[in-house]
Design a protein around this ligand. Structure first.
Ligand code: TK8
Length: 338
């Protein structure tokens, strides 16, 4: 026995690896239930990733930390869940970064249209110093930003007419997220922007309170918007991130081992979620066509016109204190492009 202990001590002295350390220290995990609320259906890229996170964390902690997913905004809309986390009434959520602007205004920067050319650029910026610095601003507000997941490039749907150019948007009542950049952008495109929480969107489309909405194709599929929307325009006007959040109040009471396990599972779920979302997005357009949606590919020339038309949204965001954060983000994107 003494020999064995010596051998372990030697191994530790030489390797010093985390694995070896874990062999002697039992990790400090308490049995915990983590309420993890989210807005989309259980059968969606978001739901699959929450499940992946829960399974991974369960394995990592030997069944001690149990995350329980609550789908379809059953714990509340994005902003309601953020407030529940701040108050400590809920442990985790995943929300669109766009819905955080009431807490940290700089999050509006991701919503400026046509910033990222592709997912690779988005990953590099979100996972790099820019995305981390922005996420860290949530701490003072009672939220811990863990990782970014992909919501995806957003596309337009409506019931009125195919939208191939800006003029086609004229007068369309379009639901947008509760975020001034979206409201300004779509109003400048000639639409009539109506801010609503996602949890009210399907009903608003069904009852024709609004004519259209904009979301990634995965969400148009998983939320069954094809049942109440006829025309889909592939505009990819904004790359929309999701961010996984924990309640700071709750987080501060966790042991270092528990925090580490959650961070590791969050990182694993990010990699899984992005791969899954990208694979699903490739198939979603065909699925939506089969369901009877009429798909319009918007020309590059029209997208350039849209970008120019959106200039007032950029200018207003800059004038209201966002100039530096726009500059920083653009500098980061330029670095990735080099
Ligand atoms: C889900 C929302 C959704 C977002 C929206 O809760 O509101 O349109 O794209 O993903 O966060």
């Amino acid at each position: 026995m003494k020999k064995l202990v010596n051998a372990i001590a030697m191994a530790l002295a030489f390797t010093g690896t985390a694995g070896a350390l874990q062999a002697v220290h039992a990790a400090d995990y308490k049995p915990r239930i983590i309420r993890f609320g989210y807005g989309l259906a259980e059968d969606s890229n978001q739901g699959r990733a929450v499940k992946y996170f829960a399974d991974d964390l369960n394995k990592r902690t030997g069944g001690k930390l149990k995350a329980k997913g609550f789908a379809s905004a059953s714990l509340g809309s994005d902003t309601q869940m953020q407030n529940a986390l701040i108050g400590g009434a809920q442990e985790m959520t995943v929300v669109s970064t766009a819905t955080l602007v009431g807490i940290v205004k700089d999050f509006g920067v991701y919503d400026l249209p046509f910033l990222f050319a592709n997912e690779k650029e988005a990953d590099a910026v979100l996972d790099g110093p820019f995305g981390q610095k922005l996420a860290a601003k949530l701490q003072d507000k009672g939220l811990v930003g863990l990782v970014y997941w992909e919501n995806g490039f957003r596309n337009l749907t409506n019931t009125k007419r195919p939208v191939a150019k800006l003029e086609d948007l004229q007068g369309i009542k379009l639901r947008v997220m509760q975020n001034p950049v979206y409201i300004d952008m779509f109003n400048s495109f000639g639409a009539n922007a109506v801010p609503l929480p996602f949890s009210e969107l399907f009903t608003a489309l069904e009852t024709k309170t609004v004519d259209g909405q904009e979301n990634p194709v995965n969400t148009i599929q998983s939320s069954k918007f094809y049942e109440v929307q006829k025309y889909l325009s592939l505009t990819k006007h904004v790359y929309s991130p999701w961010i996984v959040l924990a309640s700071k109040k709750w987080w501060d009471g966790l042991s270092a081992d528990e925090k580490k396990a959650i961070q590791e599972s969050a990182a694993a779920s990010r990699d899984y979620e992005r791969k899954d979302s990208r694979e699903a997005a490739v198939k979603a357009v065909d699925f939506l066509k089969e369901k009877g949606m009429q798909v319009t590919v918007v020309s590059d020339a029209e997208l350039t016109r849209m970008r120019e038309k959106a200039k007032p949204a950029f200018d207003k965001f800059a004038a209201e204190g966002g100039a530096d954060v726009i500059k920083d983000l653009q500098a980061e994107i330029a670095k990735v492009r080099k």
